[in-house]
Each structure stands twice: as C-alpha cells, then as structure tokens.
Design a protein around this ligand. Structure first.
Ligand code: GDP
Length: 296
C-alpha cells in the first residue's frame, strides 16, 4: 500500500533536503506536489485541502525556514500530520471486563466480512486466549452460514447452529445467551451483507444493534474501492454507532486513499487491516508506523 505516494513524496523531500535554506516559495512548491501526490493516492479532496493548509501553517509558522535543517523539519512536520490523519494513536478492539463481549461486523457483501470474522476469531483465540463464539446472521444466504462454519472449523472456534426461519436479532440474542451460559468471552456477530446499501439492510443492522448492544461495531470495507469504502462507512454510521473500521484487501491496494481518508471523514479509527486471504493475514493498524513507511 501507498507505493506511489511513497515514491512521489520521496522525490519532494529529496529535493527539499538538498537545499540549505528554504524560502516560502520552496515550501509552496513542495506543498503543491504533496497535494497532487495525495489526490493521486485517491484521498478525499476536503481531507487533502485541510492537510495541505495545516502543513503550510506549521511549516511557515514554526521558524522552520530559518532553521539549519529546514528540509528535515518539513519532513518531520509532514510525518506528524500524516500520523494524525491516519488516526494518531493505535486503537485496539475493546473487550468488556465482564464477558461476554459482543462484536458486530457490518459491511457490504464481498467486502471480506465473513473472512474477517474468522480472522478476528483466530486472533482473539490465539493472541488473547479468548473463548470465542461466532454466529452468522445472514438468514437469506445459507452459503454465508456454511462459509462461517467452515472458517470456525479451520480456526478451531465454535459457530452457533442456525435454526431455519429465525430472524437476525433473535440469532444475536441466542448467541449471547449461549455465551453467557457456556462461558464464552467473545461473540462475533457476522451480519448479512448486500451488494449495495438499502433501507432493509440498515433496519436489520439497527435491530441487531438494539438486541445485542455490542461493545464494538466494526465496519468491514474493501480498501480497493477507495472513496466508496469511505462513503459506505458514512452510510453505515448513520444507522449504527460504529466503533471502528477494518480495511480489507490492503495487500492489493497500491494507492491507499481509503486508509488515508477514513479517520478524517468518518471520525472512526481503523482498528485492523486485512493483508491477504489467509486467516492470519490480519494486522493491527499503527498510524505512526504507516506514516514512517510512507515517508521511507
Ligand atoms: P463477504 O461477502 O463480505 O463476507 O466477503 P468474504 O469474506 O466472502 O470475502 C470475499 C473474498 O475476499 C474472499 O475470496 C476472501 O478470501 C477475500 N478477502 C477477504 N479479505 C481479504 C484481504 O485482506 N486480502 C485479500 N487479498 N483477500 C481478501
């Protein structure tokens, strides 16, 4: 991810660090190139505008131009602002002190939601020693239920049996009851997806939210869809209280526009990223490390 952005910013800063002193015009030129680089990476326009305006204020306002190493200082300013744009601190999945914790996953069909449910189950089980129960709330697609069950077998995590005709909110309640009775720490609720957002889907996720009162409601979005992923997050946020984003297919996304805009536009942190099809291809999202990587 961020390959082209990295390359373009690298060139801008290489130019800046060569010169001993900088004037406002040098900064303006560099900022113009930063702006183009971000737009080419498919970052949302308002986010780019704000970013460049903030950089300008910081670069011109902090005596940077008169310092001994202005180029390096500008790089530092860009780094810090990038890390802020990506969300600042790293955000973890929050588990309740008193189990079970309900985690609801929402998103469009094909975003990688079911795979991500399996990946999160594996991660919670292996890294945090949690006893996890998964439940498919996709009552219309038996294939989705089978997929989750198979993932459960693969990662060694239990899946709630589906009862024909049971509505999603009732499945969520039954999963939580089972968890409380049988000592599960976490319940992962894999809600139904649709190819596009419709009122029925939104009503359904709202009902599940009301029934399950999840500690976390994670939107799963495909990084490759760029700004559409950000718009999807905004739409879901109007229906439910999202607590974070999981960006999938980051491994195939050379531009990174969704990752760069998501926090700023939605106000919600990216908590995890999917970096491959395998079930261990899920990583924590570290804004600071990613800012370092982008700046090389
Ligand atoms: P759902 O319809 O949202 O539940 O999507 P699925 O979980 O069925 O995923 C759709 C496809 O995306 C599957 O082939 C997954 O293997 C693939 N997939 C999911 N996450 C990732 C990821 O992070 N990277 C890559 N390369 N593929 C992924």
């Amino acid at each position: 991810m961020f390959d082209s952005l990295q390359e373009r910013l690298g060139k801008v800063f290489e130019g800046l660090s060569k010169v001993g002193t900088l004037n406002e015009k040098d900064v303006d030129n560099a900022l113009r190139e930063v702006r183009v680089a971000l737009l080419e990476a498919d970052v949302a326009l308002p986010v780019v505008k704000q970013f460049v305006a903030d950089l300008r204020e910081r670069a011109v306002g902090q005596e940077v131009l008169r310092s001994v190493t202005p180029g390096q200082q500008v790089v530092k300013i860009v780094h810090d602002r990038l890390a802020e744009m990506l969300g600042g601190e790293q955000s973890e999945i929050q588990l309740r002190k008193e189990p079970p914790t309900a985690i609801m996953l929402v998103g469009l069909q094909g975003s990688g939601k079911t795979t991500t449910t399996g990946k999160i189950a594996k991660r919670l089980k292996e890294k945090q020693k949690q006893k996890v129960l998964m439940a498919s709330l996709d009552v219309r697609r038996p294939a989705a239920q089978d997929q989750l069950r198979q993932l459960g077998w693969q990662v060694g995590v239990d899946t709630l049996d589906n009862v024909p005709g049971e509505p999603p909110k009732a499945i969520a309640k039954r999963a939580l009851q089972k968890a409380a009775l049988e000592g599960y720490d976490v319940v992962l609720l894999d809600t139904a997806g649709r190819l596009s957002i419709d009122q029925e889907l939104m009503d359904e996720v709202k009902e599940v939210e009301a029934a399950a009162k999840p500690s976390e409601t994670l939107l799963v979005a495909d990084s490759m869809t760029g700004q559409d992923a950000v718009t999807t997050a905004q739409n879901f946020q109007e229906a439910v209280e999202l607590t974070g984003i999981v960006l999938t297919r980051v491994d195939g996304d050379a531009r990174g526009g969704a990752a760069l805009s998501m926090r700023q536009v939605t106000g919600r942190p990216i908590k995890l990223i999917g970096v491959g099809e395998k079930l261990d291809a899920l990583e924590a999202f570290h804004p600071d490390r990613i800012a370092n990587r982008i700046l090389g």
